[in-house]
Design a protein around this ligand. Structure first.
Ligand code: DGJ
Length: 730
């Protein structure tokens, strides 16, 4: 067991691979957070944790006036007692009171980790790989029970937390706030990192010093969103990629979220994370339970890179599921930027023929194959084939594509409905809406009300019908607008505020049903690019379209930022045409290829119109990618040079046995007569000798990591240059 209850110290001691987490029961009642950080194999708890008497402004829990929770680290903070910092949960009783007081009641430890009902979650495959601790807290006066859950994996420096609220009383409870966790740090000299951006500019790395007060990132969009990702980290001031303390927090949830860090008057920091309390509420009737999503908390004492690699491995192996979890992903040709809505059967067949000759493996038919959809203003919800474009239907198209030796994939946007659709005309109440209010359109569409079971069932039935009917082995599941006028036609008035969370629960039901029904299909999630790129979706779909921005230069930042939490096997990256459709920038095929190869590789351009020279380049690229595909998708990832800090970017992938590595170097703009430049590698074996791109010389790992590689002269002059170095141990 990696978790023990040390009776003498009244403490729970959780031992992860190289880190320790300690909780103490104070006064036989209050759960106090004692420690989270580098390994302490045999902690003497009495010597950990600090508190000193504060001003008389602090109200006290005890008669002697000495014990205030406001200056103690707390494990799951309440509202209404002496802790005046941000509460983790808040509840209102029928009599109007909002005060609760939780006391420790009992605990249980088990091997493994149970599923979270209705929610995506990290899982175990073998009993012995992780242990879970449940601590039950109760407020006897009102019959509220809260069960805190902590899972510790032996092989990862991760503690996974969630909370379950149970109404054991006799009256209804109204939940105002139910965050998944809160944790208190006894200092505030950290930087806060978030992944922030917008459509076409997702997950840029933002690092800022913590200051007094509350700093937070959140989503109020109904989805995790383009603008903030459900992730934050605290970094010690000296933290870099390879050194320093880093504490990561990643929420397995796809809807509105809050991630906050509050620095209080005593310079302590409370980090809290979970479903955004903004516009959230939940009526908890007698005997009902409310389960929060889980937060994966990762500690690294060796910098940001180590934190990322922990998330990568955990999410790749114990969050993603199914046939494709550890299987190499196909090289895709997607017709979107090549044709947009303007395609027909001949065009697609010609594309498949050409693409297969170039070595591509799977054709994805994107938006526009259904209803009467020739632009984005109609037909979402009408999931029947457009016979004008595809007279033979999907079955014969898929068969024709298969004849060329390619697999076939299809785009859907199952959660949406166009006002101009048969579905909407028949069921205008099936979308999110508020009676008598205008229904605002986003990309000319409304959102189906997935909180309703009847709507969930219809979506499952219609999508399943199409998927069963043709040889479809890949689905791109898109979602192209955020919520407005949030309300459901079926929920009673006092539950309307539950709509946004119920939508996400409904979405998970639908995704669960469809992905279970079609286990042989590779599902890729998309939301106008990376607008719902979160761990919740990853549980159902093992890859995600990273961004609608396919410009090589922009992608450096997007993919670098994404890699802070998410593994390469999750990121889809395509080479598209130039001038680029999002930026107008012209970069070489080589540059675009080297950028896109740092993920699940593919193309999104008109292969039927390519020049011979380009075709040759593409063939070679695909050949190289096939050789390094498993290294990229499943190797250990090291960031070497950040696009946020300068004109050059580099990252590398190292195989588990460290015998092989692929290093990508990119220079955006050229500078005449530039300074000498070299960069150091990481993650390989110091005492092994490596050849670089088949060199005769064998260079030690020590040299490659301490001196590095010089930028080769053949990089030449000109903007947008890149190079791939392949290392092999002799
Ligand atoms: C947004 C996606 O991100 C694009 O790749 C494409 O699938 C369009 N939607 C289609 O409408």
């Amino acid at each position: 067991m990696s978790i023990i209850f040390d009776k003498a110290q009244n403490s729970f001691i959780l031992q992860a691979k190289n880190s320790t987490y300690i909780i103490k029961i104070l006064k036989d009642k209050y759960l106090s957070h004692i420690y989270w950080g580098g390994k302490i194999s045999e902690p003497v708890v009495e010597y950990i944790g600090n508190s000193s008497p504060r001003s008389s402004f602090n109200a006290c829990q005890d008669e002697e006036g000495k014990f205030s929770l406001d200056n103690r680290p707390v494990e799951y903070s309440a509202y209404g007692n002496t802790d005046l910092r941000m509460p983790a949960y808040q509840i209102q009783l029928e009599n109007g009171t909002r005060i609760t007081e939780l006391s420790y009641e009992s605990h249980e430890m088990i091997q493994g980790k149970p599923k979270l009902p209705g929610l995506p979650a990290v899982y175990t495959e073998e009993g012995g790989e992780a242990d879970t601790l449940f601590i039950t807290l109760t407020d006897k006066l009102i019959g509220l029970k809260v069960i805190l859950s902590y899972t510790v994996f032996h092989e990862y420096d991760a503690v996974i937390r969630s909370a379950k609220l149970i109404n054991d009383g006799n009256t209804n409870l109204k939940i105002f706030r139910a965050l998944s966790m809160s944790v208190d740090f006894d200092r505030s000299d950290y930087d806060l990192m978030s992944l922030s951006g917008s459509w076409a500019r997702e997950r840029h790395v933002v690092r800022r010093p913590l200051v007094n007060g509350t700093q937070s990132v959140e989503s109020r969009r109904g989805a995790s969103g383009h603008s903030e990702n459900p992730f934050i980290a605290l970094l010690s001031k000296d933290a870099t990629e390879s050194q320093g303390d880093v504490y990561g927090f990643s929420l397995i949830y796809s809807g509105n979220f809050l991630a906050s860090a509050e620095v209080d008057q005593y310079k302590t920091t409370r980090v809290a994370m979970g479903i955004n309390p903004f516009d959230f509420g939940w009526l908890l009737e007698k005997d009902e339970e409310f389960q929060t999503p889980e937060v994966v908390m990762v500690y690294s004492g060796r910098g940001l890179g180590e934190m990322s690699r922990t998330y990568h491995k955990l999410y790749r192996n114990r969050l993603a599921r199914g046939k494709y979890r550890n299987a190499p992903r196909p090289v895709v040709i997607n017709n979107w930027e090549a044709t947009y809505f303007d395609f027909n059967e001949e065009k697609l067949k010609a594309t498949a023929k050409e693409a297969s000759q170039l070595g591509m493996e799977l054709l994805v038919l994107d938006d526009g194959w259904f209803g009467k959809r020739n632009s984005d203003n109609c037909s979402l919800g009408d999931w029947y084939v457009n016979r004008e474009k595809l007279p033979g239907g999907l079955k014969s198209l898929a068969a024709a594509v298969n004849e060329y030796g390619m697999s076939f994939g299809l785009w859907f946007e199952p959660e949406m409905v166009s006002p101009d659709s048969d579905l909407y005309r028949a069921h205008p109440d099936w979308c999110l809406h508020v009676p008598d209010r205008h229904r605002s359109l986003g990309r000319n569409q409304l959102i189906l009300d997935l909180s309703r079971q009847d709507v969930q069932e219809v979506i499952i039935e219609r999508i399943s019908g199409i998927l069963s009917d043709a040889n479809i082995v890949y689905v791109k599941w898109d979602m192209n607008r955020n919520m407005s006028e949030i309300g459901s036609g079926l929920l009673p008035p006092d539950r309307q505020i539950e709509t946004a969370h119920r939508y996400i629960l409904g979405l998970y039901q639908v995704m669960d049903a469809i992905t279970e029904k079609f286990p042989y299909i590779l599902f890729e999630s998309c939301s106008g690019g990376g607008g719902r790129f979160d761990p919740g979706i990853l549980y159902y779909m093992p890859q995600n379209w990273t961004s609608d921005d396919t410009d090589g230069v922009e992608r450096l930042k997007i993919q670098y930022g994404t890699s802070i939490v998410y593994p390469s096997s999750v990121m889809t990256a395509h080479v598209s045409a130039v001038p680029n459709h999002q930026t107008g920038r012209i970069t070489s095929m080589e540059f675009r290829g080297n950028v896109a190869m740092a993920g699940n590789f593919g193309y999104e351009l008109d292969v039927t119109k390519m020049m011979e020279e380009e075709k040759q380049a593409v063939k070679e690229q695909i050949q190289v990618y096939r050789e390094i595909r498993e290294l990229v998708q499943y190797g250990d990832f090291y960031r070497l040079l950040s696009p946020f800090e300068g004109n050059v970017t580099a990252w590398m992938y190292v195989s588990e046995d460290k015998k092989e590595a692929a290093v990508f170097f990119y220079r955006v703009l050229t500078t005449p007569n530039d300074a000498l430049f070299r960069f150091k590698l990481a993650g390989i074996k110091e005492d092994a000798g490596y050849t670089v791109n088949g060199s005769e010389a064998v260079i030690s790992g020590e040299q490659l990591m301490n001196y590095g590689l010089n930028i080769p002269p053949e990089l030449g002059w000109g903007d947008f240059r890149s190079k791939l170095y392949r290392l092999r141990a002799e």
